[in-house]
Every structure is written in C-alpha cells, then in structure tokens.
Design a binder for this molecule. Structure first.
Ligand SMILES: Nc1nc2c(c(=O)[nH]1)N[C@H]1C(S)=C(S)[C@@H](COP(=O)(O)OP(=O)(O)OC[C@H]3O[C@@H](n4cnc5c(=O)[nH]c(N)nc54)[C@H](O)[C@@H]3O)O[C@H]1N2
Ligand SMILES: Nc1nc2c(c(=O)[nH]1)N[C@H]1C(S)=C(S)[C@@H](COP(=O)(O)OP(=O)(O)OC[C@H]3O[C@@H](n4cnc5c(=O)[nH]c(N)nc54)[C@H](O)[C@@H]3O)O[C@H]1N2
Ligand code: SF4
Ligand SMILES: [Mo]
Length: 678
C-alpha cells in the first residue's frame, strides 16, 4: 500500500500548527512538514515534532474499565455505557439536574465540545465548564467588558507588521514557540520588543527592554505605563474621543502611579518604566501579547482590563500590527469556549442568564427547556463535590487531580462523588479516582475541527485507527446521550459541524467544504464571508461603537513572602512538557530532555540555603510539601522560586484562592519555604 499524507493539526498548543502524518499500512510512520501553513509555515516545535510518539504508547487506554476493589476490571462498551448512563441518570432523577456536572475538553474537537455542552443543557444541568477556567477565564470577563470580544484581535502572522511588541506574562518562546518566528521577523524590520516577567525567560532574551517585576504587581506596572503616557501627552486623542468611553476616570485613577511609586511596588527601575511607556505609545503599530502571567491571579480580570486600557488610550487596535493578543493555551481551548464550555455561556457566547438565550436554544435544539442562569465553574464543581452538593461528574479530557490547585483537596472532593466517569487517552491521576474509565481515540484517530488562538478553525483528518476498542469522543458522547434519553443522531463530525453552522452565528459560514485550505478565521457569518482576521476595525460592538475603559487599582496578591515562608513561588511551563504531563511524560524524546520535577532558585538564595545545583529540596507552603531538584539560576531575582506543573506534586503547593469574578486560582503566587533534604 502506498504512503498517504494526511493533513492534521498539532495536538498540543493553540498556535494551531499544521503538518501531515505519513501513513502506510494503517500505521502513522512519520511527520511531513506543511510549508504553506499560514501560521507555522512548515515549522514545528519540539512537542509538535514528537506528537506521534504518544499514539502507540503501551499505556494507551484500550478497553473500558470499571472499578473493582482496589483495581480495575475490563468491561464491554455496552456495560460501560450503561453504567455511565445509570451513574449520571440516577442522581439526575433523585437530586435534580444541577447535582451533576460536566467537564468539556480543550483537547477535543469543536464538534465534541458542542455535544458535551448540548448534552449538559438538554439534561437541564447548568454545570458545564472547562480548563479555560484555569487559563483565560479573566480574558473572557475582562475583554468582553472592555472591547466586547475576548478573542485574539489580530492573526499570528500579523505580528511581523508590528513596530513594538509588548509581551507581558507570557513565555511564548517556550509555550507558543512558533510565534517567536514572527517576532524575529518584526525585529528584523526594526520592531522594539518589551517583555515583563518575573523570570528572565527565553522570551525575555528577545527583549530590548526587560521589566523583571515582582509576581502579582502587573496592575501597578500597567497603570504606571498609562500614567507616563498621559503625562507626556502621548495618548491618541482622536482615537480616545471617537472610540472609547471612560477616559477621564482612568486619567484620574492613575494619577498616583508615578514611575517612582511603581518602581517601589514592582521592583523595576523607574527609567525602564518610562522607556517602555514611550516605546509602546510612540510606535506606529504596537501590540500586546499576554497569557498566564496575567490571568492566573486573584486580580486576573483587573490585569486584563488594565491591558485593554493601555491599548485603547494609544489607539493600538483595529489595524495591522496592533492589537491585544491573549494567547490561548490548549490546542482547542478557543473552540471549546466558542462552543459554550463555560459555565456562564451557551454556544457563541450567548449569556446563560439571558432569557433570550434560553428561547434561542430551546427553538434551535427543539427541546422543551434548557436551564437559565450561570452554572458552577470547574473550580466550583470541585468545591461542591467536596461538600456533597454535586453527586456525579463526567470528565472528558481533563486532569484536574493534577492541574487544579491544592490537588489533595481536589482528590478528596472527587473521591466524595457518588459517581465519576473519566474519558481520556491515558490513565491519569483523575481517571484513577473514577468509577468508570472510557478509552478515547487521540486526535490522529478521529476527525473534526479545532480553533487555534488566532480564531482559525481548521479541519483535522483521521489518519489511523484508535488502539484496542478505544472510540472517538464524539461517538461515546452520543451513546451516553442516547441512553439518557437525548436525541443525539450524529453519524460523524461533519453532521455536528452542520448544526454548529446553523446555531453559532460566528461559525455560520465555516462549513466542511470551505475548510480544506487551512481553515477560516471567525467571525464568518455566511458562505460568502472570507472570515475576519482583524477585529475592531470599525469600532466596538457597544453603543456608538465605543469600547469601555474600566479603571483598576493595584491590589497585592493574596499571599506574600513572610518570615515562615520567605519565597514567592510562581508556577508555569517548560518547552518540552505539556500541562499535567499525561502526554509528554510518555513521549520518550521529550521526557529525556526534562525527566524530573525541579525548582529554580537564585544563586544568592541557594548559598544561604546551602543548596547546590541538583540537590534535592523540600518546597513547603501552608497547603503541603513536595520534593524537587534545585536548579540554580540567575533567571530569577532573590526571593522568587519557579516550578513547572508538568509533574505531580507542584499543585499540592498552590493555593485555591481565586479571582472573585473569573474564578481562576492564583497559580502564579504562593508563599513557600525551601529546605535542603539531608
Ligand atoms: N511547552 C508548553 N507549551 C504550552 C503549554 C505547556 O504546558 N507546555 N501549555 C499551553 C497552555 S494550556 C497555556 S495556557 C499556555 C501558557 O503559556 P504561558 O502563559 O507562556 O505559560 P506560563 O509558563 O504558565 O506563564 C508565562 C509566564 O508568566 C510569568 N509570570 C509568572 N508570574 C507573573 C506575574 O505576576 N506577572 C507577569 N507579568 N508574569 C508572570 C512566568 O514567569 C512565565 O514566564 O501555554 C500553552 N503551551
Ligand atoms: N500550578 C499550575 N497549575 C496549572 C497551570 C499553571 O500555570 N500552574 N495552568 C493551568 C492551565 S492554563 C490549564 S489549561 C490547565 C490544564 O489542565 P488540564 O486540561 O487538566 O491539563 P492536561 O494535562 O492538558 O489534560 C488534558 C487531558 O486530555 C487528555 N487527552 C488528550 N487528547 C484527548 C482526546 O482526544 N480525547 C480525550 N478524551 N482526552 C484527551 C490528555 O491525556 C490529558 O489527560 O492546567 C492549569 N494548572
Ligand atoms: S507551537 Fe504549539 S501547535 Fe506548533 S508545533 Fe509547537 S506545540 Fe504544536
Ligand atoms: Mo491553559
């Protein structure tokens, strides 16, 4: 049989790089690059290049399992689906629909997420959410309020047109590596790069101005930049007058954020604050890129709003090379949110507490009722599992037992459920707590659409068959739905996409036949529409087309260093691992490059702690302790420590305290102590 090249989309991050899987005799043999791809132009990072390694891993789940004493029994699909339907249907009948919850998956296709959302809603449950809660929930709240839309405003390759690139709280060189190429291209044409991060990251190496701030002080920095820009008369007066409201209140609110005061709060030199402010304001086209360093805070929503304020007063929106770019994380977190995998929204960002939304979906889905009002977020569902108010949860492609903060509490809460079903490609820490585990097909073993961070909806084709009796998520969801009495007759992904085209206006023109040439960028309301790469070119969706400036004031993070816990611990990522690690820790070429959990500390602190590079240390917070290898590096300032969360243990340390609106935990600031293990 000849070799065929099957087009696919990388299963890791939201850059959405495309490549071909070379298939021969039904086996995925290797990767062929895709030079015509608009975002990646044939490049892939270390994870993309290693993507096929997980497909044939011996740990892949191959049959459905049910708990059997302390172990597992293999069962048939019939039994697994019946058990699941009973496990969810029992509490539904006995305690009502809001006693059950659903975790959608940013690893799954739009079609699969749409069906999880629809299943929850037609069963009457408001509780359906996803990993965006741990990720860009503050962008959804903050950017919808200020700009009226939460997506990235400009496409990835437009970065090359920018003259000033301000990266704040994002390590894109490691976490969206393919984006760095476009930044280098901008630099080649003279763009200035500013990076604000507590660590001297790979991204910071690209910076002309590096602002090494104390974790959790971003609002002070952003208000400081706004202060300088106003004081020096650098705002775009015409833009502010025509397209914004609320400028006067903002000017008043930042009056005290002098460079000297901000320097004191953030630890950045006052002169650098002035330099950064001038560069951003004066350049003809400036863009802001941000991600988890901004959102994963108790002030995540404030941070996002402060970013929008900065862009608005300088008029750096709605044109080439400008914009606000919240870099999405998972390969399909953008699409999962678009499909309604958020407790506060139905598909297409229709508000769950708006009676018109309810009418719309009742009619669209031909059902008697769907629930009105915001449901529990993923983080709240875990709380309520712990208190017994949530009785059963269906988790698709998420690993909260490792990825949520304070994992010991998460595990106890999930253990407290009457019924937990987990659908994954590997036996994760979360799956270990389940009553039933359903083996899913991985991305290359199924078809459907994924929406990348630039809002590009791409079709990924099926290359190979899943292992054992694993089935694609779409089929599994439909089978469970049918057993619970819902009419889910969808033979394939295309049939679900056709319904999405009818029900979600932003996807109205994104039909299967139009997706063959690297997809389309939403909003794309009809079949003749070419897609919308740049948002806000004609103002904003609010009255008179004006965006809303929302002044915010600096509030310190929930925890600070103290006598007992002298370090500030911040957590995040490295290039060769992905999230809780179920995939990359099973990828030999990646694991080899970063095999163990480590904690980065500054040389001065290491000397004081009598710790040498590679020593085992115990990291302790008020929540618990974890052992890691010390990595001594000048990347961090004194008193700050960094750990990746790709290995179990990091989230034992992190705190559950949340942003009050977006409900995202403060993964980026925990007070900790570090001691050498003798
Ligand atoms: N290699 C790799 N790539 C990934 C992922 C992965 O796990 N591994 N995950 C994907 C996902 S889900 C996501 S959401 C994205 C996340 O991508 P990023 O947001 O880039 O990831 P993080 O490393 O969590 O955090 C980014 C930076 O924020 C900095 N930071 C910490 N605290 C603060 C602060 O208070 N203020 C500021 N300004 N910065 C701070 C950290 O030092 C870090 O450099 O990556 C995606 N891509
Ligand atoms: N300390 C700390 N914790 C964090 C963060 C941090 O910066 N610091 N970041 C947070 C962020 S931004 C995020 S997004 C979350 C991520 O949290 P999670 O979404 O829980 O993380 P993943 O490990 O990516 O889990 C995805 C799961 O989907 C499975 N999977 C892959 N493909 C498929 C498929 O096709 N079908 C099915 N059914 N399953 C599949 C994988 O095996 C994996 O178990 O973590 C958060 N946790
Ligand atoms: S940048 Fe992201 S999408 Fe591209 S190859 Fe790397 S992990 Fe995959
Ligand atoms: Mo994320």
């Amino acid at each position: 049989m000849p070799q065929v090249l099957v087009p696919t989309v990388c299963p890791y991050c939201a850059a959405g790089c495309g490549f071909f899987i070379a298939v021969e005799k039904e086996r995925a043999l290797g990767i062929e690059y895709m030079p015509e791809h608009p975002a990646s132009e044939g490049s892939l990072c270390s994870k993309g290049n290693a993507a096929l390694e997980i497909l044939y891993h011996p740990d892949r789940l191959r049959t459905p399992l049910k708990r059997h004493g302390d172990g597992w029994a293999r069962i048939t699909w019939e039994e697994a689906l019946d058990l699941t339907a009973r496990g969810l249907g029992g509490p539904l009948k006995k305690y009502g629909p809001n006693s059950i919850g659903f975790f959608a998956s940013s690893k799954c296709t739009n079609e699969e997420n749409y069906l999880i959302e629809k299943l929850a809603r037609v069963l009457g449950s408001k509780n359906v959410d996803g990993c965006a809660r741990l990720c860009h929930a503050p962008s959804v709240v903050g950017l919808n309020r200020t700009l009226g839309a939460a997506g990235m405003t400009n496409p990835i390759k437009d970065l090359a047109n920018s003259k000033c690139i301000f990266v704040i709280g994002s390590n894109l060189a490691e976490n969206h590596p393919i984006l760095s190429r476009w930044i280098h291209r901008a630099k080649d044409s003279g763009a200035v790069v500013i990076v604000a991060d507590p660590r001297m990251t790979h991204t910071a190496w690209m910076a002309d101005v590096f602002l090494q701030l104390k974790p959790g002080t971003d609002v002070a920095l952003l208000n400081g930049l706004i202060h300088v820009i106003i004081k020096e008369g650098l705002i775009d007066r015409e833009y502010v007058a025509k397209w914004t409201r609320g400028y006067e209140e903002l000017a008043e609110s930042v009056r005290d954020y002098t460079p000297e005061k901000v320097a004191e709060i953030t630890g950045i030199l006052a002169g650098d604050i002035v330099r950064a402010a001038r560069s951003y304001a004066i350049s003809p086209a400036s863009v802001i890129l941000y991600s988890m360093g901004i959102t994963q805070h108790t002030t995540g929503t404030d941070n996002v709003q402060a970013i929008a304020n900065l862009a608005l007063i300088c008029g750096h929106l709605g044109r080439e090379g400008t914009g606000v770019m919240p870099l999405r994380g998972q390969n399909n977190v953008q699409g999962a949110c678009d499909m309604g995998a958020l407790a506060d929204f139905y598909p297409g960002y229709r508000k769950a507490d708006d009676p018109e939304t309810i009418e719309y979906f009742r009619a669209a889905w031909g059902v008697d009722s769907v629930p009105l009002g915001r449901g529990l977020t993923a983080t709240e569902m875990i709380d309520k599992a712990g208190t017994g108010e949530i009785k059963a949860i269906y988790i698709v492609g998420e690993d909260p037992a490792n990825s949520d903060p304070c994992s010991q509490n998460v595990r106890a809460a999930l253990d407290n459920l009457e019924f937990l079903v987990v659908q994954d490609i590997f036996m994760t820490a979360t799956a270990q707590l389940a009553d039933v585990v359903l083996p899913a097909a991985a991305w290359a073993e199924k078809e459907g659409t994924y929406t990348s961070t630039e809002r590009r909806v791409q079709w990924s084709a099926k290359a190979i068959e899943p292992p054992g009796s694993a089935r694609c998520d779409l089929d599994i969801i439909c089978e469970i739905a049918k057993r619970l009495g819902a009419q889910f007759n969808y033979p394939d992904a295309a049939s679900v996409l056709a319904e999405i085209n009818r029900v979600v206006p932003q996807y109205g023109g994104i039909t299967r036949p139009r997706l063959d040439d690297f997809g389309l960028i939403w909003p794309c309301p009809n079949l003749n529409h070419p897609g919308t790469p740049i948002l806000h070119t004609q103002g904003f969706k609010f009255s008179e087309g004006r965006a809303t400036i929302v002044p915010v004031s600096y509030k310190p993070a929930a925890e600070d260093s103290s006598w007992d816990y002298p370090f500030i611990l911040t957590t995040g990522r490295v290039a060769v691992h992905h999230n809780a690690g179920s995939m990359t820790r099973r990828s030999p070429s990646l694991l080899e490059r970063e095999p163990n959990l480590f904690v980065e500390i500054n040389p001065f602190d290491a000397l004081r702690l009598k710790v040498a590079d590679g020593d085992e240390v115990t990291v302790t917070t008020p929540r618990g302790e974890t052992v890691a290898y010390a990595r001594i590096t000048e990347r961090l300032k004194k008193g700050v420590a960094f750990m990746p969360f790709h290995f179990p243990g990091t989230n034992i340390l992190t705190s559950e305290v949340r942003d009050p609106e977006a409900m995202i935990p403060e993964f980026k600031v925990s007070a900790c102590k570090i001691t050498r293990r003798d």
